[in-house]
Design a protein around this ligand. Structure first.
Ligand SMILES: Cc1ncc(COP(=O)(O)O)c(C=O)c1O
Length: 499
């Protein structure tokens, strides 16, 4: 079929769809045409049009919009299993779990069904002063698995909001007891806790957020996880500043956004002990590490930590809906009990707190997590991933180091001098090969969906290896040609003027 006949088909098809056929039919046609052509060059891209429409009205987070359209974004239309499908029908294996949120896959029948069933009950009712049956059922189920003693859950919609709530609860915990000196926090270098002002303050900065420094409140800062002494230093700071500290906040086991910086699990117990000894609250931010990502349901379990407060988000609904939670232990919760409308009340709450649609999916997700024995798959795939990374990636000359915990991986590059933006370039190569990744600077992040198969893990690693090799080759050619050019310029400058 040539372009003309292709156009004829799509034009008449469009005419049909404009008369009311569902959009799904259009996608099916495109996919069919892909099969027929077996050559994407022959098919006019509809992505370009969507990218232009997108840039016209949508402002993308952490994205320079002036260059957004020229960075070849993919425009997702739907998904199947662990693949995203774009408006042109191209498929991408989701190797970043849609920014670390997707646990079981996309369009999981049981999660879809839970969402549909809840719609027939109620989409939303407020938790401010009232309750919702589904949210209660979810909280009861979550209470059985979190490593927090006699937990209560304050729901929010994003990880940053869960952290923000934890910081405010820790602050008020002390003032509710008449202690006004404990108004500060200890946080770690490299930490990332979200983008609201409180979470940004306990975060270490970076990612271009320095512009907000004047708005950030000061905190006591221990070194980042790349420093082997970070935990002992944090413990010493806790001992020294206990009377000023409301809480310590940490990402247990893995600092994700820092480029997957990790500390061995055994080191963290000392931090828990220091907090207990000096009566400083411990906040574990498990927004990224929670829900199986590191090989246990929560990273705190491996670290032997029982935090006073915990922030959960991302995987809590399996990646379906925006839901987050601040978990408080019994001691913290009880410090807020008092007279009706009294000042011990926590005057904080969000419109969509505990949204029942999200809660229904989150409840079904917890049930499936156990029945599918997801953790076994995580640990098997993690072992396979480690072996493959060792075999295909570790020895590449541009790879500095590989850090892995469960299905959280950072491949740190060591780009040769004179070359830039390797993370971006390798990502583009990988996406063009149908594997969706997103780097953190020059750290290639792999966050496969927790139900990934052995074949998918192999594909991710081999695609990364190919993509690194492709960029290495192109960059090498650029370096050589610029060397030749500059030596030609030099030798022409060396020529006597009269020659
Ligand atoms: C450890 C940690 N905390 C908090 C957040 C913020 O979560 P959200 O993007 O849902 O606000 C993130 C996001 O990556 C995170 O990794």
């Amino acid at each position: 079929m040539n372009h003309l006949s292709f156009r004829a088909v799509t034009t008449s098809f469009r005419a049909v769809t404009e008369r009311g056929f569902p959009l799904l039919k259009v996608c099916s046609l495109r996919e069919y045409l892909y099969e027929v052509f077996n050559n994407s060059q022959d098919i006019p891209s509809v992505t370009d049009n969507w990218v232009a429409r997108d840039a016209e009205v949508v402002w993308h987070g952490f994205t320079q919009m002036a260059t957004y359209a020229s960075n070849s974004p993919i425009i997702v239309e739907r998904a199947e299993g662990r693949e995203l499908i774009d408006v042109d029908g191209r498929r991408y294996l989701d190797a970043i779990s849609s920014l670390w949120v997707t646990t079981l896959g996309h369009r999981v029948p049981e999660l879809d069904a839970a969402l549909r069933a809840q719609i027939d009950l109620v989409a939303h009712s407020t938790l401010l002063g009232n309750g919702n049956r589904t949210t209660i059922e979810f909280a009861e189920a979550l209470a059985k698995v979190v490593p927090v003693k006699q937990p209560h859950f304050l729901f929010a919609s994003d990880g940053a909001a869960a952290v923000e709530q934890a910081l405010k609860i820790a602050f008020q915990f002390w003032t509710n007891q008449g202690i006004t000196s404990r108004q500060s926090y200890l946080a770690f270098g490299g930490a990332y806790h979200g983008d609201t002002l409180g979470s940004l303050s306990v975060g270490a900065g970076g990612f271009g957020t320095e512009i907000f420094d004047p708005l950030r409140f000061g905190v006591l800062r221990a070194p980042g996880f790349e420093d082997p002494n970070c935990i002992p230093v944090a413990c010493a700071l806790i001992a020294e500043h206990a009377n000023e500290l409301a809480a310590v906040i940490i990402e247990p086991l893995v600092q994700g956004a820092a480029g997957m910086q990790m500390r061995p699990a055994a080191e963290f117990a000392a931090l828990g002990q220091a907090c207990a000894e000096h009566d400083v609250l411990l906040i574990c931010d498990e927004v990224a590490t929670g829900f199986g990502r590191t090989g246990t349901m929560f990273a705190s379990e491996q670290c032997g930590l029982h935090p006073d407060l915990m922030a959960l988000g991302k995987g809590i609904t399996g990646g379906y809906l925006p839901l987050a939670a601040t978990v408080a232990n019994q001691r913290v919760y009880q410090a807020f009990l008092g007279e009706d409308l009294g000042e011990r009340t926590f005057y904080h709450g969000h419109s969509y707190s505990g949204n029942p649609l999200a809660a229904a999916v989150a409840l079904a997700h917890l049930e499936l997590f156990t029945s599918l024995d997801v953790l076994t798959n995580v640990n098997e795939r993690a072992a396979q991933l480690e072996q493959l990374l060792d075999q295909h990636i570790a020895g590449l000359p541009v790879v500095r180091s590989i850090r892995q915990q469960g299905l959280m991986v950072g491949v740190e590059l060591a780009p040769p001098e004179g070359t830039v933006r390797w993370g971006r370039k390798i990502t583009a190569e990988s996406v063009s090969r149908g594997v969706l990744i997103r780097p953190l600077g020059d750290v290639m992040v792999l966050m496969p969906i927790l139900t990934s198969t052995a074949e998918e893990i192999t594909r991710i690693v081999l695609t990364l290896a190919e993509s690194i090799a492709a960029v290495a080759q192109t960059e090498q050619q650029h370096l050589e040609s610029s060397r030749v050019e500059s030596s030609q310029v030099e030798s022409s400058q060396d020529q006597p003027a009269d020659e």
